[in-house]
Design a protein around this ligand. Structure first.
Ligand code: SF4
Length: 254
């Protein structure tokens, strides 16, 4: 699965484990089906994009029932490609998307003044490759906003200010769009979802450090340096690593 560009997901995969990056992007080994957690997030993303596109085009977004229908349509079209982990069957998975959609709409449908959704950011990274990404939402008041359906509410507002200003994706996208405010619109993927919006200012130094970090990672990739993570880390496990069964540094170390 060699790519002729870099992306945030490649960099974060490498940061988690160099061997994970190697198996996936260099050797192209197959990965397990993605869980319904990802499906639920994508269903909400799809409905949110459609809603904010409507606001941008004719100042008319979705009603709550239109929003939920859109999210559920996406779910039903794609559910067979995902492994059900968060929910026990397709019906429960669809119900979860419905309540997540309601929660998102109540909390965020009117919160943002949208300028563009799914904005493609693209720059030359080095002589070999470009860097590409897609921003969930850019707002008229110059914010880079990411929708996140998370297993639990991350942290307090205060803690999240520090987290967001170091978030590789948000800071890189803020740099690529020349914006200084980043936000995360969170909905928890639980039976009774909660919603909370977090925001932070990104400094010039945050952007410089993030770009240095990305360069370090891509220099290592281009030098064929792929170091395994510490096998005691939680993600180096059967549950969290697709390559656990075959990796020398995973199962065989047991
Ligand atoms: S089993 Fe551990 S060391 Fe091997 S690829 Fe997975 S996370 Fe990395």
């Amino acid at each position: 699965m060699k790519r002729n560009y870099y992306s945030v997901s490649q960099i974060t995969k490498y940061q988690q484990c160099g061997m994970k990056y190697y198996y996936h992007y260099v050797e192209g080994r197959p990965v397990r089906p993605i869980s319904d957690y990802a499906l639920h997030g994508s269903s909400i993303d799809d409905a949110a994009n459609s809603h904010f596109d409507g606001v941008i085009e004719n100042d008319k977004g979705h009603t709550i029932s239109q929003f939920v229908d859109k999210a559920v349509d996406f779910h039903d079209t794609n559910v067979d490609k995902y492994e059900l982990v968060a929910t026990k069957d397709k019906s429960e998975s669809r119900d979860r998307v419905s309540i997540l959609g309601k929660t998102y709409h109540i909390s965020y449908a009117k919160k943002f003044d949208p300028m563009i959704t799914q904005y493609k950011v693209h720059e030359q990274h080095n002589n070999h490759k470009d860097f590409i990404g897609y921003v969930d939402l850019l707002t008229v008041d110059a914010k880079v906003v990411d929708n996140k359906v998370k297993k639990s509410m991350p942290m307090t507002q205060e803690t999240m200010q520090n987290v967001l200003s170091r978030d590789l994706q948000l800071v890189k996208y803020a740099d690529m769009t020349d914006m200084d405010t980043v936000g995360m619109a969170v909905v928890t993927n639980t039976k009774n979802p909660k919603a909370e919006y977090f925001e932070a200012t990104v400094t010039k130094q945050d952007k410089v450090i993030t770009n240095k970090l990305i360069k370090r990672v891509t220099d290592a990739i281009e030098a064929n340096v792929f170091t395994p993570t510490d096998s005691q880390n939680w993600w180096c496990s059967a549950k969290w690593c697709d390559f656990w069964d075959t990796c020398d540094f995973g199962k065989r170390r047991k």
